[in-house]
Design a protein around this ligand. Structure first.
Ligand code: ZN
Length: 285
């Protein structure tokens, strides 16, 4: 029965942009189209070796069961409409992130990602869901939205495996680093405390602890991403940072201090290298 589904149609509905029978593989963090289609029925990714028919593709991309995949293909699924417009979106921006929108409109948390986020890190499921974090079997996909809360401006990938040659964090090629969790700045009241962290994963830990937090991707990317938002940040009388206990952490603090003289540096207990570490050690106590 699997063969009755047209793989190209299903792949397009999943948001894949198919050009000359090839597409970027949605199962791994693909930078050049590695997925090919055969006989109108089968797909294969030559990079991560995922392969199968239309149902297998839906199961892998949406991390769902066989029955759910059939249901989704046959159109019984409520989110059917969310996918149909992806292929017709304008392709005008220099870095086109439209092809990723399907991933964040209907985020997927694979078992590998759930293990990392919830079992190892103990993060709050509502925080992860509100941030529209998605994943595949090898990476967590971290969307950076603009202040409006829905314009995708950057995507960062956090590697979940243990191959030391694979970088832990990368941005989708062509994306500019930006402040993470910008939509918070448009909802925050002026007298709310604001925390600035180094890196998105510290931001998840701060948010899971009930703090209002944004993140700078790294100390080196500060200058390029903060200027546009100085006023939105500076209007908060109470800004806090837990700098990482290393030289880049200290450099980030000093740089922020130049822009926001009232920022307050908070120190983590000895033995905690960053807020994620502190959070993992203290949660549930
Ligand atoms: Zn692949």
């Amino acid at each position: 029965m699997n063969n009755k589904f047209d793989i190209l149609e299903v792949a397009r509905r999943l948001g894949l942009n198919i050009v000359r029978n090839k597409a970027l593989c949605p199962i791994h963090n693909d930078h050049r189209p590695s997925m090919t289609f055969r006989n109108g029925m089968y797909f294969k990714c030559w990079a991560c070796s995922a392969s199968g028919d239309a149902i297998d593709l839906v199961r892998m991309v949406r991390n769902c069961s066989f029955a759910e995949a059939v249901d989704w293909i046959e159109g019984n699924s409520i989110d059917r409409c969310a996918y149909t417009s992806v292929a017709t979106m304008p392709q005008s921006k220099p870095v086109n992130l439209n092809r990723f929108e399907y991933l964040f409109d209907n985020p997927i948390i694979t078992k590998e990602a759930a293990d990392f986020l919830f079992n190892q890190r103990g993060l709050d499921k509502n925080v992860i869901s509100d941030l529209r974090i998605s994943s595949n079997h090898t990476h967590i996909a971290i969307p950076y939205f603009d202040m409006d809360g829905h314009t995708l401006i950057s995507i960062q990938w956090r590697y979940l495996g243990c191959d030391p040659s694979v970088p832990r964090f990368v941005f989708t090629k062509g994306c500019q680093p930006s402040i993470y969790n910008l939509p918070l700045l448009s909802t925050l009241k002026p007298d709310d405390d604001l925390y600035i962290s180094e890196g998105s994963s510290d931001c998840w830990a701060l948010l899971s602890d009930g703090h209002k937090a944004i993140a700078i991707p790294s100390a080196t990317s500060l200058k390029s991403c903060i200027n546009k938002h100085i006023d939105a940040i500076a209007r908060h009388p109470s800004i806090y940072i837990f700098p990482d206990d290393d030289l880049p952490g200290e450099a980030l603090f000093m740089e922020l201090k130049r822009k926001f003289p009232h920022i307050v540096k908070l120190c983590l207990p000895t033995g905690c290298k960053d807020y994620s570490d502190f959070y993992s050690q203290t949660r549930g106590r």
